[in-house]
Design a protein around this ligand. Structure first.
Ligand code: PGA
Length: 249
């Protein structure tokens, strides 16, 4: 019922030339694999070359951040309207690296999500607990807060236009993915929390991706779980062969 989404978060990697070279090598590797949706999320300057290189493939391109205002005196920022204008279809919001290094708050994450949806940009909103929070038994409390804050004033009719990505901080870039069972159990909890705001029917349609050290070796066990609606892949998405193996989980 929920189509899976496999998304590549390139973070601060790949110049325009490197992005185009990736697409050149990647496309032949995934021909005839149209089971899931695929999205690639390069840094801002590599968006246009990636969009050009992927034209006609059905693979979506998105940004890794945006500002919630349409335009204005916000030096260094990019709006949803600007992303749409160059052909972007997606955006990542509230990645833990943005929260950790750039002080992004739950309130900003919610503003960005509302602005993305208003601008007809699909969003991948990241949530997740830290190692200390999991160790102290606070995982559910943290996720519950993040889900409630993220979904404030979001209309259930928009549920097909965004997904949540559960990315436990202790799994990002560490090589230690959550076990499929742990991830699936946490996804069920997140869906239950989302239902408080969106209602049960909409929450049942909400896609919840898993992210954090997804590798070709771990992809199948994770993504094949019914509760896991796809993956947000960081370092293993930088190499065309590795990302193609994940797409073909
Ligand atoms: P990773 O990153 O796959 O390198 O752990 C995932 C992410 O941060 O989205």
């Amino acid at each position: 019922m929920r189509k899976k989404l496999i998304a590549a978060n390139w973070k601060m990697h790949k110049t325009p030339r490197e992005a185009a070279a990736f697409v050149h090598d990647f496309i032949p590797l995934i021909s005839r694999h149209d089971r899931d949706e695929i999205a690639i999320l390069p840094p801002f300057i590599s968006l246009s070359p990636t969009i050009d290189a992927l034209r006609g493939t059905g693979i979506a391109v998105g940004a890794q951040n945006m500002h919630w205002q349409k335009e204005g005196a916000f030096t260094g920022e990019i709006s949803a309207a600007m992303l749409i204008a160059i052909g972007c279809q997606q955006v990542i919001i509230g990645h833990s690296e943005r929260r950790q290094y750039f002080g992004e708050t739950d309130i900003e994450v919610n503003r960005k999500l509302r602005s993305a949806l208003q601008g007809k940009l699909k969003a991948i909103v990241c949530i997740g607990e830290s190692f200390q929070e999991r160790e102290s038994g606070l995982t559910e409390r943290v996720l519950s807060r993040q889900v409630a804050a993220t979904l404030g004033q979001i209309c259930c009719a928009d549920v097909e236009n965004f997904c949540l990505a559960y990315e436990p901080l202790w799994a990002i870039g560490t090589g230690k993915a959550a076990t499929p069972e742990m991830a699936a159990e946490t996804h069920s909890f997140i869906r239950q929390e989302a239902a408080r705001t969106l209602g049960d029917p909409a929450a049942a349609r909400l896609r919840i991706l898993y992210g954090g050290s997804v590798k070709p070796e771990s992809a199948t066990a994770l993504i094949s779980k019914e509760e896991i609606d796809g993956a947000l892949v960081g370092s293993a998405s930088l190499d065309p062969e590795s990302f193609a193996r994940i797409v073909k989980w």
